[in-house]
Design a protein around this ligand. Structure first.
Ligand code: ADP
Ligand code: MG
Length: 224
């Protein structure tokens, strides 16, 4: 099991109201799976993904990554986040002053790779994502779909066990959205890359190997 979330709860307390976002959310992800989590806006999808990515802490419940119990504030959490997890968000968060290849090379440099090694691997990933003609373009010279494909390449840089994607196509028109979904499926199929993709688009659920709806703080598996 790459990731196992058990009985997660999370409640937010605003000045005058308590919002029970997660009540008893459990999810197991095995190697090579493409799991989709759908649900209405505000139902807690991002909260769930942030907890799975060690970016937030649940109030109760347990999270295991690669069969090890872990908390977001453990000293080992940053290393697990960098080594085992990749992230893609709705907004690409690429660095505007860096070209596509430099954006993808950055996490490789941070992980200690040489400059030439990092560029080589970044180029391979961008080619894999069909961006061989865009290596030296800056984010503002790329379409929305291309920006998200660069974000995918960056998420894959350090060969994560699992990529967590929060509405990766939420900002795209249908054509570019399809383009990004096709890439996610290809990476899942050809590299056996595991993904959890969160989306409010219920039609996306059919693209997954398993899909869930986050409903009333619990994850309900949808029929295949
Ligand atoms: N830091 C926070 N403080 C208070 N309420 C929050 C916070 N983060 C999220 N919420 C609330 O929790 C609910 C779930 O949010 P979120 O996980 O972002 O939902 P989704 O991603 O499904 O749209 C929403 O009602 C949101 O307003
Ligand atoms: Mg969200």
């Amino acid at each position: 099991m790459i990731l196992s979330a058990k009985h997660l709860t999370k409640t937010y307390i605003d000045s005058d109201q308590t919002i029970e976002v997660l009540k008893d959310a459990s999810l197991d992800i095995s190697a090579g799976e493409l799991v989709c989590i759908t649900g209405k806006s505000g139902c807690g999808k991002s909260t769930m993904l942030h907890i799975m990515g060690l970016l937030d802490e649940p109030d109760s419940g347990e999270l295991e990554i690669c069969s090890k119990l872990i908390h977001s504030n453990d000293p080992s959490a940053p290393e697990v986040r960098n080594r085992d997890l990749g992230f893609v968000f709705q907004f690409h968060y690429l660095i505007e002053d860096l070209s596509a290849i430099e954006n993808v090379a950055l996490p490789l440099l941070i992980a200690g790779n040489s400059e030439s090694g990092a560029r080589k691997r970044a180029k391979e990933l961008l080619v894999l994502l069909g961006l061989q003609d865009r290596l030296n373009r800056y984010p503002n010279q790329l379409s929305g779909g291309e920006q998200q494909r660069v974000s995918l390449a960056r998420a894959l840089a350090n060969e994560p066990k699992l990529v967590l994607a929060d509405e990766p196509t939420g900002n795209l028109d249908p054509t570019h959205s399809n383009e990004v979904w096709e890439m996610i499926r290809k990476l899942n199929r050809e590299l056996n890359q595991a993904f959890v993709v969160v989306t409010h688009d219920v039609e996306a659920a059919v693209k997954a190997t398993r899909s869930f709806e986050l409903l009333d703080g619990r994850l309900i598996q949808l029929e295949a």
